[in-house]
Ligand binder design. Structure first.
Ligand SMILES: Cc1ncc(COP(=O)(O)O)c(C=O)c1O
Length: 372
């Protein structure tokens, strides 16, 4: 059994993908070929946002947006501590200060009260709080309607890190279309993943697109010999765009399948563990199916599953504010207790659209045997 079974998907759509890859190889248009424009239009349509721009990976997607905002030293960006390191890492690249905030224990996502405390911390430290990066952790959208008014009251932007949540819905909106701008990742293990690294940015104005297109290619201007700003090489390879165009065709069906599996897991496990809660008005894309279990039993559970050939994963054993490279950055308050607790209690089970019911039942039976 695999944690995320990419082979099963390849068996289903592999020949179409291989044809699409071969077409790019034969065309010679490896950089910015026509599939890039096609994918950008398809992604924008998919999430109902005016503009989508592809880029090399999800980390670059975040970084390009911060570059466009001219983030700099003396400025602070509020980031949940319980996330993948890229969310906070990019803030440091620009000399700005990440301020780590706590998350909500039910949703694993940015806690609006902690966000407010973090903004106060920034001001107390003489930093200018300019923005926040809520994350759609494990595939569930952050509580944007609670976060947005706090940010706008403080004149701050909202960059939605939907690397794990692309395709989920929040009150009728698809992630990518939410916030001042959004970034996602197409890392192979993501619900919509390519065959290497890839990412995308979602923005709302033509002016922003022009700046980001320039930054993505070393700050190029209309005269290709005259770079008008400091940029980077942040392009997506055409081959990855060709793969994603094929995968996007089956993505809606795969989203449904993920939802069905999560519902079956919930039904079988809710009496032995804290199962993930999806607030009314939201859907999750189920990038991960993550339980909270008694911290003292987690290692035994991992071992028992492993003994039966069932993989599991613990994401974020150390929240960012506990990691060596980040522990010296400020936190919203003295300690982030929920992030610490989730780091000790969470465990993710196999989740992919091709996980059959017999395997789901076998996983649940083993989990129950340890926890019941
Ligand atoms: C929340 C979050 N942000 C950013 C990233 C970075 O994406 P990438 O690996 O494509 O650079 C990831 C990737 O795992 C992520 O989970």
């Amino acid at each position: 059994m695999q944690f995320i079974d990419l082979d099963a998907q390849r068996e289903r759509i592999g020949s179409r993908m291989e044809d699409a890859i071969l077409k790019v190889v034969r065309s010679g248009r490896y950089i910015m070929g026509p599939e890039i424009d096609e994918l950008e239009a398809a992604l924008a349509r998919f999430c109902g946002v005016p503009y989508a721009l592809t880029c090399a990976n999800g980390t670059d997607a975040l970084a390009l947006l911060l570059m466009a905002k001219d983030l700099k030293a003396g400025e602070a960006v509020l980031v949940p501590s319980y996330t993948f390191a890229a969310t906070g890492e990019v803030v440091v690249w620009f000399g700005a200060t990440p301020i780590f905030v706590d998350v909500n224990p039910d949703t694993f996502n940015m806690d609006p009260a902690s966000l407010e405390a973090g903004i106060a911390t920034a001001i107390r430290l003489g930093l200018k709080p300019v923005g926040a990066i809520p994350v759609d952790l494990f595939g569930l959208p952050a509580d944007y309607d609670a976060i947005a008014p706090i940010l706008s009251a403080n004149g701050m932007w909202m960059l939605c890190d939907t690397a794990q949540g692309f395709g989920a819905k929040y009150k009728g909106r698809v992630t990518g279309s939410i916030g001042d701008f959004a970034a996602t990742s197409f890392f192979p293990a993501k619900p919509l993943g390519c065959y290497g690294d890839g990412g995308a940015i979602f923005v709302h104005s033509a002016d922003e697109v022009e700046v980001l297109k320039s930054l993505r290619v070393h700050g190029q201007g209309t005269d290709k010999y005259d770079n008008v700003r400091i940029g980077m090489n942040g392009r997506m390879d055409t081959i990855q765009a060709a793969v994603l165009l094929e995968k996007l065709r089956v993505f809606p069906e795969e989203i449904e399948a993920r939802g069905r599996i999560a519902a079956r897991y919930n039904a079988q496990l809710s009496d032995v563990a804290i199962v993930p809660r999806v607030p009314v008005g939201s859907t999750s894309i189920w990038a991960q199916y993550t339980l909270r279990v008694d911290a003292a039993k987690r290692d035994a559970l991992i071992d028992a599953l492993r003994a039966e050939g069932i993989p599991s994963a613990v994401y974020y054993r150390l929240p960012m504010h506990r990691q060596s490279a980040y522990a010296h950055f400020p936190t919203a308050a003295n300690g982030l207790p929920v992030s610490d607790r989730l780091a000790a209690e969470s465990i993710s089970l196999p989740m992919h659209p091709y996980l059959d019911e017999a395997s789901q039942d076998r996983i649940c039976e083993r989990v129950r045997r340890v926890l019941a």
